[in-house]
Ligand binder design. Structure first.
Ligand SMILES: [Zn+2]
Length: 276
């Protein structure tokens, strides 16, 4: 393998300058988003607005690796003089800064699509509330340096990575997004998701024999044994909702814990104003 820098692959379609974007391949080992972007490029879409279809990290996609030098989704806004992912982040931010964007990921943990947003971009809450998902997670304060901090970018986790179901869900979500933002005619499915705020990672000792007993987005009451590591039970110190939790998705964590913010965007915004 060479250390050559491969820039993001950006295809522009529809009338005028791009106003919306669909991004796949932020992580090179998550093919569903890349497939969705390729299908959108090939499809004969009746686009009403200019759109950019982007494969974020083509070299990592070709290598089937999450990243080459640094996790791209932790280094935004990037650095034009940095390693390959820092350079990609810098270029992607330039492209996406003024667009409304859906970025597609696959997971190890959750077969059902859900959205990720960042509180620094309140428009992402609004957009995510209108996408066909049941759950929206704000990851600000826990996962920073993600693409969601770079313009109005909502991320979607479409399901178990590499499966046909995830690829089909990726395409459905991309089309629903394009309809929702008026880039395609027709109305997308309705939804009324619940909102959560990620509060921290749930550690897992590296190399441990780990078992997980809980489901993502199902309340884990305080005192529950939620996992076993080698021969030790892990007990919830407080109520939490598991997010992106799996036995094997990450080397050193099971995933994340979150608290529920509710299902009323107005009330959530009112609570921000009260905090401010
Ligand atoms: Zn990903």
């Amino acid at each position: 393998m060479t250390d050559e820098y491969v820039p993001p692959e950006v295809t522009v379609a529809g009338p005028g300058e791009p106003e919306v974007a669909v991004v796949g391949g932020i992580h090179g080992d998550e093919p569903s988003g890349v497939r969705a972007v390729e299908r959108l490029r090939e499809a004969d879409l009746d686009l009403q607005r200019g759109a950019a279809f982007v494969v974020a990290n083509p070299a990592a996609v070709a290598a089937d690796r999450r990243f080459l030098d640094s996790d791209l989704n932790r280094v935004f806004p990037g650095d034009p003089d940095g390693d390959r992912e820092h350079r990609l982040a810098d270029e992607l931010c330039d492209v996406l800064d003024s667009l409304v964007t859906l970025s597609i990921h696959g997971t190890h943990s959750c077969p059902e699509p859900f959205a990720l947003v960042h509180r620094s971009q309140p428009a992402e809450y609004e957009l995510a509330s209108k996408l066909p998902v049941r759950h929206v997670v704000d990851h600000s304060g826990v996962n920073e340096g993600t693409v969601t901090s770079c313009g109005c970018v909502v991320e979607i986790e479409v399901g178990i990575q590499g499966t046909d179901a995830a690829a089909a869900a990726a395409e459905r979500q991309a089309l629903a997004f394009l309809r929702r933002v008026g880039a395609l005619p027709g109305s997308p499915p309705r939804s009324s998701p619940r909102f959560y705020h990620m509060t921290g990672a749930v550690p897992k000792p590296i190399g441990a024999d780990a078992e997980l007993y809980v489901e993502n987005f199902e309340l884990v009451p305080r005192g529950t044994v939620f996992a076993r590591v080698d021969d030790q039970d892990l007990v919830a110190e407080d109520d939490f909702y598991p997010v992106l939790m799996s036995e094997c998705g990450y080397a050193d964590i099971f995933g994340y814990e979150a608290r529920k913010l509710g299902d009323s965007l107005r009330k959530i915004e009112a609570s921000w104003l009260a905090e401010a």
